[in-house]
Ligand binder design. Structure first.
Ligand code: SF4
Length: 493
């Protein structure tokens, strides 16, 4: 279990804190066994294409707090993805019947002269501008490679501006070069919230924190039946709402890759219990998760009744879908725990998962509880997964392995990955709402979308006829993990 320390402005990156890796090739069971034995080593690549950045992941959580403003202390290029967050923010507000205002995002535009003389004055000026223009309840300052390399004392500036402006001005240390694991940025964002925004509890409430991205509301119905209320954090919450998350009855994570640090911090610092179970994907995972929720909320009898009713409602239809999907082959590319959850879900539907390219691997979560390890649960419940690759979005590896495996279906969790399947004529499905496949009903929702995707194969067949791959014939004939070296468990091809 990692120890949360709110006295330091930075949270250690996942490589150091959890022993997380971005390079592995072998089988899922092999990875679980190495992780459980404590012998997991990262396999470094001698060739790498572009990947994500911690700064972006920190930004995607903090930038959707509805009454806060963001200052990105960075060259303007680091702000190149602001438009995407603004799009998600506006769409998410409309879905929640909120006025679709634009994001309050500012960038300090660090230039060459600033890298020589320092960017602190520019940062102060930008924070003042953000305060005047946006009138926010808090300002978050995200750092960058440039601000980290030149050694700007961002924490001193934000402390000074907090005193001057009378609102929390909070540094979020998330320099991209510090970690190959961009989910370290989630931890940085949550550290800044717990350190400077969350207040000690004054009372206990019946609210349950739900650490999520921006998915649909699938928890209110369940929690209301149990006498509790869903409190979705961090996107689309307010600063005042975040101040009180220490008073919640429990914390749910829709994905431990996202919420591992915040769940553990709230439990360690304020005693808010975290639901430590496999996430609720597939029948076995949903059973285990529901029972743990019932135990933590002291509603064990009520949960057993809900499980019986909800399972009975989906089982006949599930059998129908299994009959239609059994034998379908699939390859997955997704973030860590969500990818593990999707493997469970697909296996539950009878689909043959032929492999997965998963963006990183955490051998343990911050709570240290092995019961919460989704890959361990998936392998124990549904068996091993061959062609299991830990790969931080290295498209050249993905294109190569897809071309060999040639599954009936590809499932991708992130935009920018789907076209690799489509170019090869493989029907590819991306579902952005990770709550869509949650729980017993989620199995039916996902099965329906898979069948729709398989029914529309003609689109990708035609696309493939008119597409070219950017990779040479030489590369497509090489073993896919040619450039993955070091201490890895490479499967022969
Ligand atoms: S913080 Fe670093 S890695 Fe991230 S976008 Fe800026 S320069 Fe690139």
């Amino acid at each position: 279990m990692s120890k949360v320390n709110l006295n330091t402005p930075e949270v250690p990156v996942r490589e150091l804190r959890l022993g997380s890796i971005t390079g592995f090739s072998g089988t899922a069971a092999g990875l679980v066994s190495c992780s459980n034995a404590g012998g997991l080593k990262d396999g470094s690549r001698s060739f790498s294409q572009c990947m994500g950045c911690s700064s972006g992941n920190a930004f995607c959580q903090l930038s959707m707090i509805t009454d806060a403003a963001m200052v990105n202390h960075a060259p303007v290029g680091c702000a190149g993805d602001f438009f995407g967050y603004n799009f998600v923010y506006r769409v998410g507000q409309m879905e929640r019947d909120l006025p679709p205002v634009i994001g309050r995002y500012f960038n300090t535009n660090i230039e060459e002269m600033d890298t020589v003389f320092g960017g602190a004055r520019k940062l102060e000026a930008t924070i003042r501008l953000a305060f005047e223009r946006a009138k926010p309840k808090a300002i978050f300052v995200t750092t960058s490679c440039a601000s980290g390399i030149i050694g700007d004392d961002v924490e001193s500036v934000t402390n000074k501006m907090t005193r001057e402006l009378g609102i929390p001005v909070v540094t979020c240390f998330c320099e991209g070069f510090k970690s190959k694991i961009w989910t370290s940025g989630f931890d940085s964002a949550y550290h800044s919230i717990v350190r400077k925004i969350v207040k000690p509890p004054e009372k206990k409430t019946n609210k349950v924190n739900i650490i999520n991205f921006w998915g649909s509301d699938v928890f209110s119905g369940l929690l209301n039946k149990l006498g509790y209320e869903a409190d979705y954090i961090v996107p689309f919450s307010t600063v005042a709402q975040l101040e009180r998350i220490s008073e919640a009855a429990a914390t749910i994570q829709i994905c431990p890759t996202l919420g591992t640090y915040l769940g553990a911090a709230l439990e360690q610092v304020y005693g808010v219990p975290e639901i430590k179970a496999p996430v609720a994907y597939g029948l076995a995972g949903t059973d285990a998760w529901m029972r743990e929720l019932g135990r933590v909320l002291d509603r064990e009898q009520e949960i057993e009744e809900i499980i019986a009713v909800e399972k009975a409602a989906v089982l006949p239809k599930l059998e129908e879908y299994r009959a239609r999907l059994t034998g379908t082959t699939c390859y997955i590319t997704a973030g860590s725990a969500h990818g593990h959850a999707l493997i469970a879900l697909l296996r539950e539907l009878g689909i043959d998962v032929q492999g997965a390219a998963i963006f990183h691997h955490d051998p343990v979560y911050d709570n240290g509880d092995p019961a919460a390890d989704m890959l361990d649960h998936t392998v124990k419940t549904y068996g091993d997964v061959p062609n299991y690759n830990v790969c931080n979005k290295q498209a050249y590896e993905l294109a190569n392995i897809l071309n060999r495996v040639r599954p009936d279906l590809m499932i991708a969790r992130h935009g920018g990955m789907t076209h690799w399947g489509a170019k090869l004529g493989i029907p590819t499905l991306l579902i952005g709402d990770e709550h869509f496949s949650w729980g017993y009903q989620g199995l039916l929702n996902y099965a329906e979308r898979i069948l729709e995707t398989l029914d529309n194969k003609e689109f990708v067949t035609n696309l493939a006829k008119h597409s070219t791959m950017p990779y040479t014939k030489w590369w497509m004939e090489q073993p896919p993990y040619t450039f993955l070296g070091g201490n890895v468990h490479v499967q022969a091809y």
